[in-house]
Write a new protein. Structure first.
Length: 647
């Protein structure tokens, strides 16, 4: 048998190789997930891989002979801007085309194969489904936009704490721009207010792959401190290694400030409630002490051995009464006790400084800068006097040595509607009276200034202050709708600035001259559930010449008045009593006799004040402890101005 010619074997091998190559090429094309089609110049499909058939629901081979736009888009004509019809031959271009039939977006690559004469012989088109990638990119873009625009700070660092990304909120809070922060360590904002143990625990937590949450005190670019609530989360790769950290931070400085104000208000409210709870009984006790001391002093000669101790008993009682008044004042439980009236402050300041001069060493200069033409204010003169005395006394105590100076100034100021001003944002614009008390004393640090108006807070020894003075001042100023602030530095003295709303009233201050104490012969009905008080007041009033009928039970007093309503010229009744309150008793008596003069007395009662008492129809509202001279003048003034009975 003859062997086949060598050229036949060679031709067969070539044919087999071509066949294998074609088969491998077709298998390769069919294995690709992208859609691959080969078309002629009229966009008629000559070959399409399996992905094209599978994605558009055709059986294998059904696409051959169909036009591209017909098979893939359901159109009779080529798609507008189709790259297969618009691109020049030989170039490969990519375009995004959305397929409405299956609601998917494809990235199209088209390459044209040209014949020798330059005509299009074949068109190779590859379409890659990028729908999911585009959606993910859109989500990433939305997330990036949200992070960029959120008010919370977002920081991404590497595992060593080097900043890789910051959002604009970081710049807003810290003052550092992106160029200044990226590439720097997070120590850039570290304040060192937390110790090494704190930061060690933080790093141990996040390096262990656990989220850390806590409060940080950091430092801005300008050196000021701020507080933030921070959550630091590790970014863990697929292999379980930590590649970065993302921190989400919220500036809580304002919230902490409001929380401190709330705590301060709660503290004052609690103390005010406590003060109100004891004030009534305490003032009853003080009324008895002061009244009996006054009676005893009036019955002995001024040279009597008991005169000196009685004088000090009365002085101690007065100090105790002032202490109760101060507690009620700063806790603002007594606002409304005295009506505010137009007041020129200049005479009050000068009178207070005259009193202070005698108690301050001559080596301490007391300097006045008082504008005599300054506007008036609506105020209680007693409380304004207390403000000046307390501020100047505090200034004196701040001067440790016997040498220094205290400056007191008074002037008109106008608060303009500016974005920031030293008077605080709560004051409306307008005219104000500015009182400044400046000392050359020891000064204060920031921590002390934050607590300076707290009740019972003091840096002085126990024998030099109770810590109520500045709290009282604060309460009075707020009651008068004003504002007080303090500026100080250690070793550089302190300035207290008080602003009170001014009124257009430049009249001279009234000169109050107390009239002499006079008595009378009228019949007074006295009602108080405290036996000591009725006994003491009966003695005081009888020594003034009055006839007194006293009751310790308000119901007994009501029955007596119903039977003898025309016998009494004036009624003095306590407010807080069992069975029937003083207000109820007064209302019943006034219903029987509308012109009856009634004086309502209270040690403390949060349900009634001077305004509501006068609205009931009583003639006067007095607070315990009662001073003999004040009570006597009030009685005489009421009876001398139409208070006589109408029988």
């Amino acid at each position: 048998m003859k062997n086949p010619p060598a050229n036949d074997n060679s031709a067969r091998r070539i044919t087999d190789a071509i066949s294998r190559g074609k088969h491998e090429w077709e298998q390769t094309v069919d294995a690709i997930d992208d859609i691959i089609t080969i078309m002629d110049g009229d966009l008629r499909i000559l070959r399409a891989n399996r992905s094209a058939h599978r994605l558009f629901g055709y059986r294998l081979g059904e696409l051959v002979g169909k036009h591209c736009h017909e098979a893939f888009h359901g159109r009779q004509d080529p798609c507008p801007l189709c790259p297969a019809t618009t691109e020049n031959g030989g170039d490969t271009r990519r375009h995004l085309i959305h397929n409405e039939l299956i609601d998917r977006t494809f990235e199209i690559s088209v390459s044209k194969i040209l014949s020798v004469d330059g005509s299009v012989s074949r068109i190779v088109q590859i379409a890659r489904d990028v729908t999911d990638a585009l959606r993910q990119e859109e989500e990433r873009q939305r997330l990036s936009t949200a992070i960029e625009q959120t008010s919370e700070v977002v920081v991404i660092t590497d595992v060593f704490g080097t900043i890789q990304y910051i959002n604009p909120a970081f710049t807003t809070v810290t003052g550092y721009t992106r160029g200044e922060a990226v590439g720097q360590n997070m120590n850039l904002v570290k304040s060192n207010r937390q110790d090494h143990t704190f930061y060690r625990h933080l790093w141990e937590t996040i390096l262990a792959g656990t989220v850390w949450r806590g409060r940080l005190i950091n430092r801005r670019k300008d050196g000021t401190l701020y507080s933030e609530m921070t959550t630091i989360s590790p970014i863990i790769d697929a292999d379980g290694t930590i590649s970065a950290f993302v921190a989400v931070k919220r500036d809580i400085s304002r919230e902490e400030q409001l929380e401190k104000q709330l705590q301060q208000a709660a503290k004052l409210e609690a103390l005010g409630t406590l003060a109100g709870g004891i004030a009534h009984d305490f003032n009853n006790i003080l009324s008895a002490i002061l009244g009996y001391a006054q009676i005893a002093r009036n019955q002995i000669d001024k040279n009597h051995p008991l005169a000196y101790p009685l004088q000090h008993i009365q002085a101690a009682g007065e100090r105790a009464a002032d202490l109760v008044d101060q507690i009620l004042t700063f806790s603002r439980q007594d606002q409304g006790r005295q009506p505010l009236r137009p007041l020129r402050v200049q005479p009050i300041i000068k009178e207070a400084l005259r009193l202070l001069r005698s108690s301050i060493p001559s080596t301490i200069k007391l300097i006045q800068h008082i504008d005599t033409a300054a506007l008036s204010i609506m105020a209680d003169p007693v409380q304004i006097h207390q403000v000046i005395m307390n501020l100047c006394t505090n200034a004196r105590q701040a001067i440790d040595s016997e040498h220094g100076e205290i400056r007191v100034s008074l002037r008109d100021v106008t608060l303009e509607p500016t974005a920031s001003r030293p008077a605080g944002p709560e004051l409306p614009t307008g005219r104000y009276l500015e009182l400044c008390v400046t000392d050359s004393g020891c000064g204060m640090d920031e921590q002390t200034m934050q607590r300076i108006f707290d009740p019972f807070f003091t840096t002085k020894p126990k024998d030099r202050g109770t810590g109520l003075g500045l709290a009282v001042v604060h309460g009075i100023v707020k009651t008068h709708q004003g504002h007080i602030e303090v500026s100080s530095l250690p070793g550089q003295g302190t300035t207290f600035t008080v602003l009170l709303p001014a009124i257009e009233d430049r009249r001279s201050a009234e000169v109050n001259v107390s009239p002499p104490v006079r008595g009378g012969s009228e019949n007074i009905l006295l009602v108080d559930d405290e036996h000591q008080l009725t006994d003491m007041l009966t003695r005081v009033l009888e020594r003034l010449g009055y006839r007194v009928t006293a009751f310790n039970d308000s119901l007994d007093a009501a029955r007596c008045f119903r039977d003898n309503s025309g016998d009494f010229d004036l009624v003095i009744t306590d407010m807080t009593m069992p069975n029937m309150t003083g207000a109820e008793l007064a209302s019943e008596m006034l219903a029987l006799r509308s012109t009856l003069p009634v004086i309502l007395v209270t040690g403390y009662n949060e349900r009634i004040n001077r305004e509501t008492a006068l609205h009931l129809g009583v003639r006067e509202f007095l607070s315990k402890p009662l001073r003999k001279d004040d009570l006597a003048r009030t009685i005489r003034e009421i009876l001398d101005h139409g208070g006589h009975p109408d029988h």
